[in-house]
Design a protein around this ligand. Structure first.
Ligand code: GH3
Ligand code: MG
Ligand code: MG
Ligand code: MG
Length: 312
């Protein structure tokens, strides 16, 4: 996002008008305010320049050849969806229908020609302030969202995010039949690891294991989460049990490759994992509980059969 506060540079104003003398007048007025200026001579050019420069505000004429301001404003909303566009329309059209249309297509403000320069100056200032505030709020929201959904020790998704994603993916299953797999990993004899090496070393170890698991998944839709203390969950959309076992094998070998010494482990001199895998292809109102319980049972069996293994 192009926030002027981050860039510590003056706001960028995009002037869009087919009338060259009008562009010159607007440019002079905006430069006088200390803003940076970019120009476009019609709606089509405006879309290209908007995409390239992400201006802080657009001063948009209505009547232009090639693509008029109303169409351009509509296109801006759809092409760059997700955040409001700071569009101020400046036009000779002052009838009610034109004003209504401008706001309907997403303009935030409207100024008629001939321009009352003192008014335009204040309107631009106020719009820039509003958008600056909006962007700061957005950034604060995103930071909060990251905090609320990630685990502070490992930076992986936390349990809340895992639950959210699992439900979202199960909803998708309700619409399209595609397998969804869950891989549950639990560190073997981790209590004795803490007892032997100390809690801080235990934390470091969990961070390394988390990274090794994250390295083992490839698709952007796969989600790796810290499920509990020394338990990790990996959700694999569009993946059947066979594919999930391959991921589980990769996870186990990546963790072994860390060669984390664990001399008090009853199995090996290095840290190992036990893994439970479960898959589903159908949506059911209790699919979430069923999938977790199936993976949990498989994990329990992996422990019971001697640990350091994968059970499906
Ligand atoms: P098993 O092979 O049966 O899984 O044995 P275990 O010792 O790993 O299982 P148990 O559930 O008894 O112990 C888990 C340990 O994980 C106990 C707890 O102190 C430790 N643990 C949980 N969360 C953290 C953490 O954030 N940091 C550290 N250092 N240890 C943690
Ligand atoms: Mg015009
Ligand atoms: Mg455990
Ligand atoms: Mg354990």
């Amino acid at each position: 996002m192009n926030t002027s506060a981050q860039k510590k540079v003056p706001p960028l104003v995009l002037i869009v008008d087919d009338d060259k003398s009008m562009r010159i007048l607007l440019r002079q007025a905006m430069k006088k305010e200390g803003y940076q200026v970019a120009e476009a001579k019609d709606g089509e050019e405006c879309l290209t320049v908007y995409d390239r420069l992400q201006p802080d505000i657009v001063l948009l004429d209505a009547m232009m050849p090639v693509m008029d301001g109303f169409t351009c404003c509509t296109q801006l909303q759809t092409l760059f969806a997700g955040e409001p566009k700071p569009v101020l329309m400046i036009t000779g059209l002052d009838d009610q229908a034109s004003v209504d249309r401008a706001f309907e297509v997403g303009a935030i403000d409207y100024v008629t020609k001939p321009i009352h320069w003192a008014v335009l100056r204040q309107r631009v200032r106020r719009l820039l302030q509003q958008f600056q505030l909006y962007k700061q709020l957005e950034e604060a929201n995103q930071a909060l969202q990251r905090l609320a959904t990630s685990d502070s020790l490992t930076q992986l998704a936390n349990r809340r995010r895992f639950d959210e994603y699992l439900n979202q993916e199960l909803q998708r299953l309700a619409r399209e039949a595609a397998p969804l797999s869950l891989v549950l990993c639990d560190v073997d004899f981790f209590k004795s690891y803490n007892d032997t090496y100390g809690h801080q070393a235990g934390d470091d170890c969990l961070q390394q294991v988390a990274q090794a698991i994250a390295r083992s998944v490839r698709r952007p839709t796969d989600l790796v989460a810290r499920y509990g203390g020394e338990e990790f969950a990996v959700l694999l959309p569009n993946t059947n049990a066979e594919g999930a076992v391959r991921v589980a094998e990769k996870i186990c070998s990546e963790v072994k490759a860390l060669k984390i010494a664990h001399t008090k482990s009853q199995l090996s001199t290095c840290l190992t994992l036990s893994v439970g895998v479960a898959s589903t292809v159908f949506y059911h109102e209790s699919s979430s509980a069923m999938l977790i319980s199936a993976a949990d049972k498989a994990l329990y069996q992996a422990k019971a059969k001697g640990r350091d293994r994968i059970v499906v």
